[in-house]
Design a binder for this molecule. Structure first.
Ligand code: 2AM
Length: 195
């Protein structure tokens, strides 16, 4: 049991929860491409996301009980989906949050369908989901003040053939993410693999 779940249990018998999200998790090759993009940026006062934490969130579930996690995993298992190519070719900056991100100009139909199917299915698990439209991005830096690109951006090519469920734990050194389960895209419904 993790520290948060144990704290929750000790607070008085509430059901333990985990903070979860579905994501695309980069391979080491993609991760080093992302690190290269980060190194090419000239940004003031920013807090870079540690290389091992870089990912694309598909659907943020928030803190959920074991029962809800099981429901979400069942939905994920029923998604066949299709592998797709993602070209991360666009740097964006949200000044309000200071988030500097890398995104895709083109949203592959298979990615849109994957997010749509997850959203529709998991809404039935009783989770209050974010209704904002999906905007695929890798958060590279937080709390940035000014972003300037030093040289032209070479797109990071990502062949996506799986999606994952991740647990986010708050630690003294920031967020720690752990991949709990992965599902292959294009596999039949036996595609789940525990990490
Ligand atoms: P972000 O990278 O754009 O900040 C884990 O917290 C992941 O879930 C982050 O990648 C974060 O996206 C995403 N996320 C989406 N909605 C969130 C929320 N309401 N609170 C925290 N994280 C959220």
């Amino acid at each position: 049991m993790n520290v948060e779940a144990e704290k929750s249990r000790l607070r008085g018998g509430e059901a333990p929860t985990q903070r979860l999200f579905f994501a695309l998790w980069p391979s080491e090759e993609v991760r080093s491409g992302l690190a290269e993009v980060m190194a090419s940026l000239d940004v003031r006062c920013a807090k870079p996301v540690p290389a091992e934490n870089l990912h694309i969130t598909l659907l943020f579930l928030g803190s959920v009980t074991t029962q809800t996690r099981t429901c979400a995993e069942k939905i994920a298992e029923g998604i066949a989906g299709h592998p797709f190519e993602l070209s991360l070719d666009h740097i964006g900056f949200w000044p309000k949050s200071g988030i500097l991100w890398l995104g895709a100009r083109e949203l592959p139909e298979s990615l849109a369908a994957l997010v749509r199917d997850l959203h529709l299915g998991i809404a039935g698990c009783g989770i209050d989901l974010d209704a904002r439209p999906f905007s695929p991005h890798v958060t590279l830096m937080r709390k940035a003040l000014v972003a300037r690109r030093e040289r032209p951006l070479g797109a990071v090519a990502w062949r996506v053939d799986e999606f994952v469920l991740v647990e986010s734990k708050a630690t003294r050194d920031g967020s720690h993410y752990q991949v709990l389960t992965s599902w292959r895209l294009g596999a039949d419904s036996c595609g789940a693999q525990a990490s």
